[in-house]
Design a protein around this ligand. Structure first.
Ligand code: MTE
Ligand code: HPA
Ligand code: MOS
Length: 769
């Protein structure tokens, strides 16, 4: 089954927000963002801007007809700043003009006087000052305090991960079109049409049934449009509501980078204790999440950090505490992995620290502590673990012993290039951590010509969810994919949707589609059975024909459907699916929050140039637990993309804010993402079929986020390569491992962060020249 979007993508015919033909009279918006990260607005002067030709109106918070509030989890985020600004780029005014150029020219003429207030950009500093988004949370298993005495080895340390820009190819944007009776229709590049509907309804003071949100597809979201598409939709809707004219705003790349939040930077302190056999007996971690200036999704992201703080290991005594710290950066938000990767980086750092101190391979510790079926996660769920299978298959299939030998031989033979190898096992929980969000609906219409139209809450953003949903219907109806069309996602057709996120979109919307299609098929089968006076169970659909008692009849799909219509059988169905079995008690921090877990193991190898600090990722070899992949082409794409995005986060992508909270890495010249030259030379994926029953659609486990975390292996592979060159130097667990940091680490001394003058190198450089 090909990805159904391949044809229009390749021909440039796929329709994104900016491809929607404009309605006559459309106006264009542009946002004036705060030039200061924190301060009190003393004066806003829009007079010069308003007088420019083409400018229709400039909106401020005073124009808001409903509530000036877009905070989803915590009501702490005004749509437009009223008296105070909390981050650089926070919307202060919204210009609407008759052309994009006029709107942008006007933005440049707006003047604002702001009395600056102290700016915090560091999460630990915010925590010290008591600037927390929500109270801290602690997950606990066993008793760490009374475990240390049983440990032979105890190590403490600190680890840091930086943010990550989503860099969806399609920037944020919205197009709002006023309708009759004050209703409004919004085309939005959002992962969460219902989130946009709620935000607009709140800001305009309109009931939700007057707010229609429509999404055709996204040019990527990666979490960045789970909540943060709301702002642009609400601004356009506000203007359209007042002016009774369509208003569109599609952000420029630099605006998007400066004004939107990113992956949360984290800092953490850890303490790990092992016994003489290298079993991890106890693990403590304290996480400082840099939430930015408003809650956005940070509390949920923080929760997932705690869920994944032991990655794929069983540790009998765990205590993990997380702080969501309020700083003056743009509110950080969902990003593929949703806090999980940060939690996993910290435990991998703790294991690496122990391994380095004990002079063993990290893999020895990793392998000894892999989660087994029946083990308990710190949050109380009992594991159905594929971790040992993935690990053992990966090490055997790719012959890790031979790989290691090769690395060692290379390192012995080469002075100025070193190779590094790391194993990266992963475990990721599938389901929204908030139980109520695990529900979805599907609306299926079978038309009298036999064609089928399906609407769900799923948003197609490149991850192939529409292809999977189409496959579900094609299988249940047993008809050709060409007969089925997946329609746009629309809040007037499917209500109260969860965002397309948490890797759960195909499971949730696929299962609802399975239910809807099955209900229609059951009605048609019953009709045939009555007609032919046979048992309904003996009627099946196969290759577009009705079969009775395993005999093909001459009733084809189209005539079946037409007969159904003539006999007044319902050919449409709206089905509701809610994930069974899941629950979580936030008071006890225990429960069974995930429908299932996805496992896998990656072997990552790199080569470092020890003079320049540059490096290549030689290979990423993976055994991944798919359950039973329903579309290997789509799933392979997700794995490859996830790996490269994860490597980018861990190696070259460096978000830089200055002390005043201004984004310095604000364009692709200063923010480096992996390109075709920096992707791994080889990516090998083994599709491990795991036999156990699971709650995934057709047993095909969710694949959207988990592969990103294989990228963490690149960090540790680089670390190992550097340590092959510099055996005694100390350097921090501080991702991303940019070439600059690699170079510093190559020449670091035993005292962290100090560069040794390396005479040999100097000589060699001279020779090199
Ligand atoms: N793949 C593409 N091509 N584009 C995207 O925006 N988002 C990722 C992942 N893969 C994304 C993607 C994220 S963050 C999630 S949560 C899942 O897809 C969401 O889709 P799913 O639930 O259908 O896996
Ligand atoms: N994952 C992704 N998005 C979410 C989640 C989650 O667990 N919870 C709320 N939004
Ligand atoms: Mo993905 S971060 O759950 O949109």
């Amino acid at each position: 089954m090909k990805n159904i979007d391949a044809y229009t993508h390749l021909r440039g015919e796929s329709i994104y927000l900016d491809d929607i033909p404009l309605i006559h009279g459309t106006l264009f918006g542009a946002s004036f963002g705060s030039p200061v990260a924190h301060g009190i607005i003393r004066h806003l002067d829009i007079s010069e801007a308003a007088a420019l030709p083409g400018v229709v109106r400039i909106f401020t918070y005073k124009d808001i007809t409903g509530e000036n509030q877009i905070g989803g989890i915590v009501p702490d985020e005004p749509l437009i700043a009223d008296h105070e600004v909390h981050f650089c780029g926070m919307p202060v005014a919204f210009v609407v003009a008759d052309s994009v150029d006029a709107a942008r020219a006007a933005v440049k003429k707006i003047k604002v006087t702001i009395d600056p207030l102290p700016v915090i950009t560091d999460s630990r500093e915010a925590q010290q000052l008591g600037e927390l988004i929500i109270p801290p949370r602690t997950f606990q298993l066993g008793d760490t305090a009374n475990s240390w005495q049983h440990c032979t080895h105890i190590f403490e340390g600190r680890a840091d991960t930086n943010g990550q820009e989503h860099l969806y190819i399609e920037t944020q944007g919205a197009y709002a079109v006023p309708q009759e009776h004050n209703a409004i229709k919004i085309y939005s590049s959002t992962q969460g049409p219902t989130a946009v509907q709620r935000a607009v309804s709140r800001v305009l003071g309109l009931p939700m049934h007057l707010v229609e949100v429509e999404v055709n597809r996204l040019g990527g979201g990666f979490g960045g449009k789970e909540d943060q598409a709301n702002t642009w939709a609400a601004l356009c809707a506000l203007a359209a509501h007042h002016l009774k004219r369509p208003v569109k705003y599609s952000l420029h790349r630099m605006e998007d980078m400066a004004m939107t939040g990113k992956r949360h930077p984290y800092s953490a302190d850890f303490k790990i204790g092992l016994n003489a056999e290298l079993k991890i007996i106890a693990y403590e971690a304290t996480f400082y999440q840099n939430a930015g200036a408003a809650a956005d999704l940070s509390p949920a992201v923080m929760e997932r950090t705690l869920f994944h703080c032991t990655n794929t290991y069983f540790i009998p005594n765990v205590k993990a505490t997380a702080y969501s710290c309020r700083t003056h950066l743009p509110p950080n938000t969902a990003f593929r992995g949703f806090g999980g990767p940060q939690g996993m980086f910290m435990i991998e750092s703790a294991i690496a620290k122990a391994a380095e101190a004990l002079g063993v391979e990290a893999a020895v510790i990793q392998e000894k502590n892999l989660l087994q079926t029946g083990d308990e996660f710190p949050y109380g769920q009992i594991a159905q673990s594929e971790a040992p299978d993935c690990w053992h298959k990966a090490t055997a299939l790719y012959d890790v012993a031979a790989m290691r030998k090769e690395v060692n031989a290379f390192n012995a033979a080469n002075k100025w290039h070193k190779k590094g190898l790391a194993c990266m096992p992963i475990c990721f929980g599938i389901s929204f951590t908030k139980t109520l969000m695990n529900q979805a609906r599907s609306l299926v219409h079978v038309y009298t010509d036999g064609s089928v139209g399906i609407t769900t809450g799923a948003v197609e953003m490149g991850q192939g969810v529409n292809t999977k949903i189409l496959q579900v219907a094609a299988q249940v109806f047993s008809i050709q994919p060409e007969k089925i069309r997946i329609h746009t996602t629309n809040t007037f057709k499917i209500a109260n949707t969860s965002p397309s996120a948490a890797s759960a979109t195909a499971d949730l919307n696929g299962k609802a589609t399975l239910m809807a299609c099955t209900a229609i098929v059951e009605r048609l089968k019953k009709m045939v059975a009555e007609e032919m006076k046979v048992d309904a169970q003996s009627v099946t659909l196969q290759d577009e024909y009705v079969w009775v008692n395993k005999q093909k009849t001459d009733i084809d799909w189209k005539s079946l459907v037409m007969t159904g219509h003539i006999k007044r059988i319902g050919l449409s169905e709206h089905a509701h699916y809610a994930t069974p079995e899941i629950h979580f008690d936030a008071a006890k921090e225990k429960g069974h929050p995930f429908a299932y877990h996805v496992y896998g193991t990656a072997l990552v190898s790199v080569t470092v140039d020890c003079i320049r600090g540059t490096y290549t990722v030689d290979s990423v070899k993976v055994v991944h637990d798919f359950g039973a992949s329903m579309n290997t082409a789509v799933d392979l794409g997700q794995i490859e993309g996830g790996i490269v995005q994860g490597i980018g986060w861990m190696t070259m992508e460096e978000v830089v804010y200055d002390a005043n909270g201004r984004l310095r890495s604000n364009a692709l010249s200063t923010y480096k993402v992996p390109d075709i030259y920096s992707v791994p030379k080889e990516i090998a994926i083994d599709f491990l079929q795991t036999p156990h029953d699971n709650l995934a659609i057709f047993r095909s486990k969710a694949v959207g986020e988990p592969p990103l975390m294989y990228g963490i292996g690149a960090y540790f592979a680089l670390r190992n390569a550097v340590r092959a060159f510099n055996k005694t130097g100390q350097f921090a667990f501080d991702a991303p491992m940019t070439p600059e940091k690699v170079l510093m680490a190559l020449y670091a001394t035993q005292k962290e962060g100090i560069i040794e003058s390396h005479e040999e190198t100097t000589n060699h450089l001279a020779v090199d020249k």
